[in-house]
Write a protein that binds this ligand. Structure first.
Ligand code: XMP
Length: 517
């Protein structure tokens, strides 16, 4: 994919950097996160229409504080410098940064003295989101201040001759109500973008890229999991190369109810794709017999998956490529992104990744896309809504939600409880409002009243886990409607034999994790 207009975001490590990139793209301009050490030459070669300097956790006057090449301000490419980025820009160009006497965190009133450049079309007063302990205390002659707050005398600046702007606050967060206008001002008024990053053009260029890469004869294999990313990859590739795409779906016996049927109906039935279904339920379940350690379960499932996939894939002639649903946050987090630091937290979640020795070349058509863009593309390609909006489901499936030993009977029990939960959430309109929702079968017997006596036999505890999260690195439990909880609990206890108790998990991540194992 060769997007014509690019906004380069030099990432100083702000927790909001990805959000800046998404905000720019929501306004129809492609953006990329780059390391702050990106040189002026590289930015020129990239053809950047604009440069955004992100915020960051460092102090601009601290030892080893990240900075950028002052040459980027001479490129005549417009710059919007945010928070720490503004401090770096002002300091590099002759100003000073000091610790503020009063730190500003949260919502603050901004008085705009000169509504120009990125602050054009804004009222004289508005509220903005601040998060800083340092301030720009002095600016060079070439700069002029545009706005102030009670505790920050230089809250926004512009360069008198060059298209360089700085804001101490965060226009990218929703807590800055007019932040969207500021970003649009930068993209359209200051950078002169045309706004060509649209779903249709992304699909068109991705399809063209895939065709060019794969050629006229080769086949591509795509491992379908039923999740959003692999489904969109399959739909895109099918549009690009039609019958030369062969999808493989592995039923490992650890899926939710009707999963295989949904995948078959969608990809084979609706799209008419070539789909191979490997029924490996018995194989996985016998390999898992007697295993209770979660990491061991993951290891076994990962190992079996590779064997089954390999056996399915080897029979496919002329298949040199393997399509994968890698998306932009994966690229950033795996250390290929701006900071170069690999995220450790996700490293234990590699189940389902296929080793390089399978010998395929990778095709990763979603590599530059955020999840919300992947979903838009899925919708535009005609994938069913419940597939496009589904919650993430872990590679090891229900094995990590059946806490303790995984047996067919315990899986069946969990499936029934999980199905009730999802049915009720969907009916009440809650499914789309939460990031993940599932049931966990806990391996403790809890006392129940059977006839006149207390009985522990065959009685299980089901825990319901519902979380809100934007990146799954942190998560909060959902303050769900109590009536809805009552309905779900009632139905599970009445309809699922062997369950006499339902509990709701009210722990956040960290320190808890989203899954129980
Ligand atoms: P945790 O439990 O680490 O989960 O807070 C964060 C996200 O990762 C998913 N998850 C997994 N995904 N293989 C996967 O593909 C795994 O082994 C795995 N474990 C957790 C979890 O569902 C959540 O979305």
């Amino acid at each position: 994919m060769k997007p014509r207009e690019t906004i380069a975001i030099l990432d100083f490590g702000s927790q909001y950097s990805q959000l800046i990139a998404r905000r720019v793209r929501e306004n129809h301009v492609y953006s990329e996160l780059l390391t702050p050490t990106t040189t002026p030459d590289q930015l020129r070669t990239l053809g950047a229409k604009g440069i955004i300097l992100s915020g960051g956790p460092a102090s601009a006057y601290g030892d080893g504080a990240p900075t950028c090449d002052a040459g980027i301000f001479e490129l005549d490419i417009p710059v919007l410098a945010i928070c720490y980025g503004m401090q770096v820009a002002c300091k590099l160009l002759g100003g000073s940064v000091t610790a503020s006497k009063t730190r500003e965190y949260g919502r603050v009133r901004l008085r705009i003295e000169r509504p120009e450049g990125v602050l054009a079309h804004l009222p004289a007063e508005t509220s903005v989101w601040m998060s800083h302990g340092d301030i720009v205390s002095e600016i060079a002659e070439e700069f002029e201040p545009l706005a102030v707050t009670a505790n920050c005398p230089i809250a926004a600046v512009r360069h008198r001759e060059r298209p360089v702007f700085g804001v101490q606050f965060h226009p990218e967060v929703t807590h800055t109500p007019l932040g969207g206008q500021i970003i649009r001002n930068f993209l359209y008024d200051v950078c002169g973008c045309a706004g060509n990053w649209r779903v249709e053009s992304v699909i068109k260029s991705t399809v063209a890229d895939v065709r060019a890469r794969v050629g006229e004869r080769q086949r591509v294999i795509c491992g379908l999991s039923g999740g959003v990313d692999s489904s969109v990859v399959a739909a895109l590739l099918h549009r690009a190369i039609g019958d030369r795409l062969v999808c493989i779906f592995v039923n490992n016996g650890l899926l939710r109810n009707n999963e295989q049927e949904l995948v078959e109906a969608t990809f084979h039935g609706h799209f008419g794709m070539r789909l191979r279904v490997a029924d490996a339920r018995e194989r996985f379940l016998s390999a898992l017999a007697g295993v209770t350690d979660p990491q061991e379960k993951r290891r076994i499932i990962g190992h079996e998956f590779i064997q089954v996939f390999k056996a399915e894939a080897t029979g496919i002639e002329d298949a040199h490529f393997l399509a994968q649903g890698t998306i932009y946050p994966d690229v950033i987090e795996s250390g290929h992104g701006p900071t170069g630091h690999a995220a450790v937290i996700k490293s234990h979640h590699n189940v389902g990744a296929l080793p390089a020795e399978l010998g395929f070349e990778l095709v990763e058509p979603l590599r530059l896309l955020f999840k919300d863009e992947v979903r838009q593309i899925g919708e535009a390609l005609g994938l069913p809504e419940d597939m496009v909006w589904r919650h993430p489901f872990p590679g090891p499936g229900l094995a990590v939600r059946v806490s303790g030993e995984v047996t067919p009977a315990r899986l069946e029990l969990l499936r029934s409880a999980d199905e009730i939960l999802l049915e009720e959430l969907t009916a009440a309109g809650w499914y789309r409002k939460v990031a993940q929702a599932f049931a966990v079968l806990v391996p403790i017997a809890s006392v129940g009243v059977m006839g006149d006596g207390r009985s522990y036999e065959g009685q299980n505890l089901i825990v319901l886990r519902l979380v809100e999260s934007s990146d799954f690195m942190t998560a909060d439990w959902v303050h769900i409607d109590h009536e809805l909880l009552a309905t779900v609990s009632n139905r599970i206890i009445n309809e699922v034999a062997g369950v006499n108790r339902v509990a709701y998990d009210i722990s956040s991540k960290p320190p808890s994790t989203i899954e129980w194992e």
